[in-house]
Ligand binder design. Structure first.
Ligand code: NAP
Length: 309
């Protein structure tokens, strides 16, 4: 077989993809990971992690991911720092375009994760990278001593708000309901932090300013009243959408676009498995992603074994 053929290709290099690669490589098959330009997935944008077992002291997302990449490579998986741009599942072996290369595989594990969601306001696009950001870890540093807003009420928003207090003078946490969704422990930390003020029952209506963002106009969802916050930054943390565009309509998806699998991570195409956030709208945790990555790899190995007869 050509050097561009693999028994298993894993698309995505977050905790799901890398765990799948670790298991596939240990299973004795040829395995490549299409990891994108910066392998590591969403955890690269996470700060402190204190709920991944095995780390009694908090670790960071990038540190955890670098360890997983190193581990996968040591066991023999080829972690490619190139983007998956096309995928043909209509013929076997499957063909994938990864960077400039055409790679083929007998089994595919999709672990492409999910991408941050935007509000969809025109003014949000206008001020993107001019005050509006989707990545607190990347851009927080630029807001030393400033007043900023974080939009959302989940773990990401709460975590971002806390992280941003390291730089900002004041953080408005804007949430559309009267209750946060974030984990209890994060809510406690938020409430104990004097720099964070929670603005309940409000949604962003418009981002305003000159060259850069100066004002976030909010609407009260109960009364319809408008309110302006003077902010130089606004971080959007309102959830994620699964990354499935490259697979077109080849695989069954649910109404939200998540890949549909059976209890053993098998998708609607035989030999194609899915793991992690791309198939999990519910838990979306690194440890769950790693768990489903392991399951997908074990199923793919079994599929290859049965195919050989
Ligand atoms: P999420 O849990 O889906 O929360 C999204 C938040 O944004 C919700 O509060 C939601 O409001 C709000 N929202 C959604 N669409 C909106 C819109 N158009 N306008 C205004 N607000 C909107 O997403 P997430 O916080 O990114 O977390 C995703 C998953 O990752 C979760 O399972 C979370 O537990 C996990 N996570 C874990 C950690 C950790 O353990 N350290 C850190 C980050 C994320 P409603 O509440 O009204 O729905």
């Amino acid at each position: 077989m050509s050097e561009n053929h693999f028994d298993i290709i894993v698309a995505g290099a977050g905790p799901a993809g890398l765990t799948a690669a670790i298991y596939a490589a240990r299973g004795g098959v040829r395995c490549a990971v299409a990891g994108g330009v910066a392998p590591g997935g969403q955890l690269l944008e996470t700060t402190e992690i204190e709920n991944f077992p095995g780390f009694p002291e908090p670790t960071t997302g990038p540190d955890l991911m670098m360890r997983m990449i190193k581990q996968a490579r040591r066991l023999g998986a080829q972690v490619l720092q190139e983007q998956l741009s096309a995928c043909d599942l209509s013929a076997r072996p499957f063909t994938l375009t990864v960077g400039a290369k055409k790679l083929t595989c007998d089994s595919l594990i999709i672990a492409t994760g999910a991408r941050a969601r935007w509000l969809g306001l025109e003014s949000e696009t206008k001020y993107r990278n001019k005050g509006v950001s989707g990545c607190a870890t990347c851009d927080g540093f630029f807001y030393k001593g400033k007043t900023i807003a974080v939009v959302g009420g989940g773990d990401s928003a709460a975590e971002d708000a806390l992280f941003l207090t390291k730089f900002a003078e004041k953080v408005h946490l804007v949430h559309r309901r009267d209750q946060l969704r974030a984990a209890h422990r994060l809510q406690e930390k938020i409430r104990a932090n004097p720099k964070v003020e929670i603005v309940y029952d409000h949604v962003p209506e418009e981002f305003l300013g000159g060259d850069r963002l100066e004002t976030l106009r909010l609407k009260n969802v109960r009364t319809g009243e408008k309110k302006d916050l003077a902010v130089s930054g606004a971080f959007i943390a309102i959830g994620h959408d699964p990354e499935t565009a490259v697979f077109g309509d080849a695989l069954k998806k649910d109404a939200e676009g998540y890949l549909v699998t059976d209890a053993r991570c098998a998708t609607s195409v035989e030999g194609v498995y899915a793991a992690g956030d791309v198939m999990d709208p519910h838990y979306r945790q690194a440890i769950v992603a790693a768990g489903t990555g392991c399951m997908a790899a074990m199923e793919a190995l079994k599929y290859l074994q049965e195919k050989k007869g």
